[in-house]
Ligand binder design. Sequence first.
Ligand code: CAP
Ligand code: MG
Length: 406
Amino acid sequence: MKYEDYYNTKYKPKSSDLICTFKITPCNKRTAGAVAAESSTGTWSEISTMSEKRMLDLGAKVISIKGNLAKIAYPIELFEKGNMPQIWSSIAGNVFNMKEVKTLRLEWIDWPVDMINSFNGPKFGVQGIRKMLHVPKRPLAGTIIKPKLGLNEIEHAQVAYRAWVGGVDIVKDDENLTHQPFNHFDKRIRETLKQRDYAERITGEKKMYMPNVTAEANEMIKRAKFVKSCGGEYIMVDIITVGWSGLQTLRKADLGLVIHAHRAMHGALTRNKQHGIAMPVIADAARLIGVDQIHIGTAVGKMEETPEDVIALKNRVEGKLGSAKPVFAVCSGGLHPGHVPKLVKMLGNDIIIQCGGGIHGHPRGTKAGATALRQSIDATLKHISLKDYAKNHLELKLALNKWGTI
Ligand code: CAP
Ligand code: MG
């Protein structure tokens, strides 16, 4: 039996098959067959423990090759429903390091309904979050407390308060702030939620805090429960570093908290366009497991990505995926108020715009920075140029003087 035996363009995929699109270099019957074999029933040698027929019947099939793209269909029996790590151990496992392929990138997955339904999916999604915040239409405004590390609990809470009263809806921890000697988780949550309550009273607006619960899985659940017991409504988690198992455990705890997905480390998998895993594939898995919002990039900020990448990812996280609710797209990374018109033009109103440095670096401080962001969103929705709006909105004017518009 050869790798080529897994090439079977006569096979008619069933609606229950999971279909992966791989970019393969070089892409031919043998290399695509090798990927299909190693990711399903095959290995490098003939073996005596099962008949060839049974191996090929159950195995994945290369159903088409077009240019450097190969489509591979996987019978659903190969997988354990509701077990995301197992699925990835198959389709995104050994194959990336096979000598047979020079490079390999998992570009896309078409998920069968049965598999989609075996996961929890988002509890809230775009509409649930808008309802909680009482903000039906406009882009949501958010910030990340900066510096990422170093503030103590009280300082952290005070910066959050200033951002909320300045105008942001959501404040989040940074991805590497959890429970460090200078800033303990429990105290940070208590202090920051206290400030959230003050900010809600002062502004009359609903405010949200996203504490980072990233940790070992049992510890995450403990922390998430603590957030809930303090009156929190949101948590954030670093989905790649905690892994699918950690994320599933967190979602399955079903604590009724909105889950924000930070994707720190995704670049190690997604950045090389020839090798690795495309971000929409990662976003699909996170959505099936059940995150409510996820970072999609900005195309105008500090991270490497094209507008096409960001638009495609936005379409994917809110597009049809069985009965999974649309996920709120989060734009973050090097943003400031001057970026808002371009972001809204590119992506529409269903986005969360997060500025870290672009708020806390405002010449008059965090509160003014947050106000500048809200002014920029208001101007954009009123179709007034930022330059004109800044004439009688001082905070915006100072932000534009510092960072400009694009
Ligand atoms: C943004 C951010 C996010 C990045 C992650 C940061 O802060 O909090 O982690 O946006 O990238 O620490 O960089 P700034 P992505 O607003 O100060 O840049 O969203 O692309 O995954
Ligand atoms: Mg960050």
